[in-house]
Ligand binder design. Sequence first.
Ligand code: AGP
Length: 614
Amino acid sequence: MCGIVGYIGNNAVEEVLLDGLKNLEYRGYDSAGVALNDNGSIDVFRAEGKLNNLYDVLAGVRARVHHSGQGIGHIRWATHGGATLDNAHPHKSNDGKLALVHNGIIENFETLKAQLQQKGYHFFSQTDTETAVHLIDDEYKQCGSLEAAVIRAVNQLKGAFAFCIMHQNEPDKIIAVRKNAPLIVGLGHDENFIASDIPALVGKAEKIIYLDDNELAIVRQNDVTVKNFNGQVISKRAEPLSLEPEAISKRGYKHFMLKEINEQPDIIRGQLALRLPDVNRPVVLEGINPAVLTAGIRRVEIIACGTSLHAAAVARYVMESLCRIPVSVEAASEYIYQPHLTDAQTLVVGISQSGETADTLTALKQARAAGARILALTNREDSSIVRCADMVLPLKAGIEVSVAATKSYTAQLMSLYLLALSIAEAGKTLPAEEILSLKRELLQIPAKLEEILSNSGEIQQCALKFSSFKNFVFMARGVNLASALEGALKLKEISYINANGYAAGELKHGPIALLDEHMPVVAVLIPGSQTYDKMLSNCEEVYARKARLIAVSPVEDLRQKAMFDTVLLIPHCREIFSPLLVNIPLQLLAYYIADNLGREVDQPRNLAKSVTVE
Ligand code: AGP
């Protein structure tokens, strides 16, 4: 996924663009660039790697670059073509008069590229984006109007594209285009903005216009006109930009990830206040009636990717236990290409923090075409997934800037627990007193999260002790198998340490061959669980292979057992809710190890906050 910005107004355009890109860095950081229309000619400045490198490039020429009123910018997560300077955006037409930035994938770019090369256009990159530049330029040379050229060109493109386009002959406008990739227009006083996502507009725009797919906006300093791809004017409502600058600041934390880990108690408190205001009343899920949601439904399929897929695995265990309905879980990238039984009696739940993950969107569109009822859980109520769903359950976790998902995962879990309780209440699949008891326990969760966070010093000590290891195993059983998988993902994606999660019972069937004194094992042990004793036996087997054991458990007595090098304590709670608590030490362990190793915690290499390509 990439981030694009545009600005037209009287402020110093390069400052506005760079600040916008800074707030979009979570979308990718392989290269960055801006195009400034300065006194009639378009200047393009690009840099490989992090945005700071572009600041350095501009610093060298800023004295030369006048404060002009029109510009576009880009921050890249490489898809077509490596993270090189040639492939950095913005890309320009051969005559240097047209510049464009792009987020998405143009699926038919090779065919169009060959046609354009036949016409004599020269390409200087391996990107799909450059095809769009020369196609628009070719149309412009025939019609002489940037708007008309863009409309003619976008009707020839297939795939996903959000563009900002400008031409030096038309310095009074920037054209923004949206198809299957997010793009919003920010309205200011005597200035207007374009961005891939809201954080780029915080503290700048006062109102925003969400473009929908197959729409373009002609953005002038004092006017915005939205049209469809047929050139017809569309009336759009401008909404107040409610996000405060504080929402995208670190608030004194070293990294966004640590800030977002520490926001979790309040986020869960907010969900419970909204959806479980009275334990003696049914769960309230913003406009979702559980009876309507499940009418005629015989099975549930949950589709997601990455961390969201781990939340799906917890949900399967919970929904089958509480709602007595068959649930299957599938990685979206697998669902798309395999036979499935999805039909009109299937409820498909799509889980996506960003709501823009291409695999998940494609899978949900397929499921909808098969007749399924679609429920989307997302943290971005303005995202594409909303348009793929019949009903939406927002996560209400606030903007999550760090690439590693933390607060959004916990918010997904809580939303899924409340969804399962709501369905169980409607379907009367549990005795009323059992449901009441479960609700009361959920209300205790925020305080228990705070208790764990207040003991983060122990976790930090553990991280210091284990930061030098090159491999980790995470093991658990039952509902916490998902916790083991998520804990391993968190560690590997921000520390680059090889970490893998296993069902503890599976270790003896092969993975145990990996174990020796160089392979720490993180084990989740929940008392009162039917597998607690089995987990203790698995820990004995691990200890016998000289592997260092880190336990995550409420059982303080484990500290007396020689086999445990460290015990990261969590408060007691029912096993079914324990992923909410187990997850916190594992997030912090990954964070402190990565920080000890000096990693780019908020922007790990090769990753982006949302993967908008399949
Ligand atoms: C999680 O830490 C990762 N950043 C990644 O696995 C992420 O969960 C996955 O790409 C799915 O993203 P989504 O929830 O926005 O769809």
